[in-house]
Design a protein around this ligand. Structure first.
Ligand code: GLY
Ligand code: MN
Length: 465
């Protein structure tokens, strides 16, 4: 947790934004509850709601808060423990002391939340809430507001105010993300050092996730570790490591403070890239470097995505896998055949920060619309960059036989794509290189104190050690 003053200032800023927008009524924030995995007392690993963590900081289940836009009163709703709780969980601090630890003046039992929200509703006060990230909170909001469709009733001004604050990371958050990235570095190094022919992928996953659990909260999303990188989110780890393959490792640590890291590296399982692998790797590496060099305040990440798409097509042209005018190919979305995802996303308390509030609301400026094209259409962060944005830089090239065949069958890209040569890449797999990047006052810097080896030479050298 940060200091009390951080949470007090964040809530004050949120209330001020709502007042400045002419809003009245109350802001209702709901923390997560325990979620049973098999039965009531055997739950999924506890994880607090990220917006709750941002404004309230208390990392415990079954809490809610009401912030009164007009009076500024702040109330924490939570239950003090009784003797049964003490038997199972030990003594706990009082709700009042928890509230005080984050600068909240008033407390009420959790059951009073319904009474107070209904009372506000009955006198016509607007109830501002955000789209809930969990089903339990959807049900709670249905009970509290009487709305059938909770998502449609989410407050646009509140959502906008929260996004505007969480998108621009504060210095203490940047330090927390740097730390999560240092843990990510350590986890990825353990993974790289564990790559060995003949072992099962799961062996490596166990070794790397041990770092995440020993030094942080755990992984920030289910680890992707696969010799089939062309399957973008492959969560199976049963395969034996074979010679001559490419292994994509896309994984992050969530720190104890709940800030994420998210890195991807692609290793040659035999320790050296083949010529064919190196040629493609170099293109992806060049795209990653180009994106980093372009990322600075004022440019949109959409334009950075498009610049890397052009660079990718230039590299693929040199290998005679595509041919034609680069700008025309970019406009026609030919890069999407090779990289059917976006260049990156926002990152913070969530690895894809705030996507529960709406991908487009988080990743797109009001004057931007999301493209439909394959690749560009999956871009989750398109905004004009400002200092404090934390984004990922993760270009990739994948040879997905089913997708290439579909393009071919539908006659797509016939003027540009060398389908005959592409067939020799059907067993290639995929390559992705991902770093986490902070936009600074005049440019950008990669997060974490050290960068994982990324150039083909550096990756090979790191595998020799
Ligand atoms: N690194 C996983 C993702 O960005 O989806
Ligand atoms: Mn990512």
């Amino acid at each position: 947790m940060f200091t009390k003053e951080v949470y007090v200032a964040r809530r004050a800023a949120l209330l001020a934004k709502m007042r400045a927008a002419g809003e009245k009524g109350i802001i209702l924030l709901i923390g997560n509850a325990e979620a049973p995995a098999q039965y009531k007392d055997n739950c999924y690993k506890w994880r607090q709601d990220s917006t709750w963590l941002y404004y309230i900081g208390l990392d415990e289940p079954l809490m809610a808060a009401v912030l009164d836009i007009e009076s500024g009163a702040e109330t924490l709703y939570a239950n003090d423990v009784d003797i049964d709780d003490i038997i199972w969980m030990g003594p706990q601090p009082s709700v009042r002391s928890k509230a005080e630890s984050v600068g909240i003046g008033l407390t009420q039992p959790y059951s009073m939340l319904d009474t107070d929200v209904h009372a506000a509703q009955n006198i016509g006060r607007p109830i501002h809430y955000i789209n809930p990230s969990r089903y339990f909170n959807t049900l709670r909001l249905m009970q509290l507001t009487g709305k059938e469709n909770v998502a449609d009733g989410a407050s646009a001004p509140l959502t906008e105010a929260i996004i505007s604050m969480r998108l621009v990371k504060q210095p203490e958050e940047i330090a927390a993300i740097d730390f999560a990235c240092d843990l990510g570095y350590e986890m990825h190094s353990a993974a790289r050092d564990a790559i060995k022919l003949g072992i099962v992928e799961q062996d490596i996953v166990g070794k790397m996730e041990a770092v995440a659990l020993a030094k942080g909260w755990g992984v920030s999303f289910p680890t992707i570790l696969t010799q089939h990188g062309e399957t973008l989110h492959n969560h199976g780890h049963a395969a034996v490591i074979e010679p001559g393959k490419l292994m994509v490792i896309d994984a992050g640590v969530e720190s104890n403070e709940h800030y994420a890291s998210d890195f991807t590296r692609t290793y040659p399982t035999s320790g050296k890239y083949t010529t064919k692998q190196r040629e493609i790797y170099q293109i992806v590496y060049d795209c990653n470097e180009l994106a980093f060099s372009l990322a600075k305040p004022g440019i949109t990440y959409r334009d950075v995505h498009l610049a890397t798409a052009r660079k990718m097509l230039e590299g693929l042209s040199a290998l005679d896998l595509v041919h034609g005018d680069l700008d025309e190919m970019v406009a026609k979305g030919i890069a999407g055949l090779f990289q059917p995802h976006g260049l990156g996303h926002n990152m913070g308390l969530d690895v894809h920060d705030m996507e529960d509030l709406g991908e487009n609301k988080v990743g797109y400026d009001p004057d931007q619309t999301r493209a439909k094209q394959l690749g560009l259409g999956s871009l989750r962060m398109a905004r004009r960059l400002v200092p404090g944005h934390v984004i990922t830089d993760e270009p990739g090239i994948y040879f997905i036989p089913a997708l290439i065949e579909k393009f071919k069958k539908e006659g797509l890209g016939y003027d540009f794509v060398n389908y005959a040569k592409l067939e020799s890449y059907y067993d290639f797999g995929g390559i992705r290189i991902e770093d986490d990047v902070l936009i600074t006052a005049d440019g950008a810097r990669r997060l974490g104190s050290r960068r994982l080896p990324a150039s083909p030479d550096d990756v090979e050298a790191s595998m020799q050690k």
